[in-house]
Design a protein around this ligand. Structure first.
Ligand code: DX5
Ligand code: ZN
Length: 217
């Protein structure tokens, strides 16, 4: 699945930005609080408005402190998937359960320097694992290939039947890097600048999806 990130879109025209990627699978929404990450973006009211303005499932990526308090509200506001960071969570299990009982998929994200092994058991409570392939905070950064062993590990766990999750990658995904991520076992690909800086965003989504689909991990 391809999930364009509206972080790279024109924030004054978010409905148009959603329309321009109507052929995508999810619309990735980066929520940043200037605490967990240095950048500040958008929050719940914008997600609520966006949900009314598009049929695309919203994939909310919370890069915020205290996700235990805020994450369930995104699920209640109609997000299809709500991902928060393990580095910020106090009670990840309880928060995942609250997201799920509000009707969304629950996602857990790990920064590039955060290992996956300690969380394999915990991930049984989740529907999505978001492996950051850049340091969270900004679009347009270079893909960090060194994190791909985590993608591989997650895919192995899914194959072995220990976990049932989407394995999502986020950061620096483009036509140059998507095949490496797919080969490692990712099945959801966030792409911000690659999609929104393309002359034809719809064509870029198709190109990325085709490149990923041709890889057999
Ligand atoms: C970064 C965000 C990403 C970002 C990706 O912290 O989580 O979703 O939008 O942007 P690109 O694809 O430009 O690296
Ligand atoms: Zn993101």
């Amino acid at each position: 699945m391809i999930a364009p990130s509206i972080l790279s879109a024109d924030f004054a025209r978010l409905a148009d930005a959603a329309d321009s990627v109507a052929g995508a699978d999810w619309l990735h929404v980066d929520v940043m609080d200037a605490h967990f990450v240095p950048n500040l973006t958008i929050g719940l009211p914008v997600v609520q408005s966006l949900h009314k303005a598009t049929d695309l499932p919203l994939d909310c990526h919370l890069m915020i402190d205290d996700p235990d308090r805020w994450a369930p509200g995104y699920a209640e506001s109609g997000a299809a998937n709500v991902t928060f960071h393990i580095e910020a969570a106090r009670d990840a299990v309880q928060t995942a359960r609250a997201i799920r009982s509000a009707g969304a998929l629950a996602g857990l994200s790990v920064k590039p320097g955060t290992p996956l092994e300690p969380y394999l058991e915990l991930l049984r409570e989740f529907d999505t694992l978001l492996v950051m392939t850049v340091e969270p905070g900004f679009g347009g950064q270079d893909f960090i290939a060194e994190v791909l062993p985590k993608v591989r590990l997650a895919r192995e766990q899914v194959r072995a039947g220990h976990l049932r999750l989407f394995v999502e990658v986020d950061g620096g995904i483009s036509a140059d890097t998507i095949e490496a991520a797919a080969e490692a076992g990712a099945d959801v690909f966030v792409a911000g600048s690659a999609v929104y800086s393309a002359e034809d965003s719809a064509a870029e989504i198709t190109r990325l999806r085709t490149l990923a689909a041709e890889v057999h991990p």
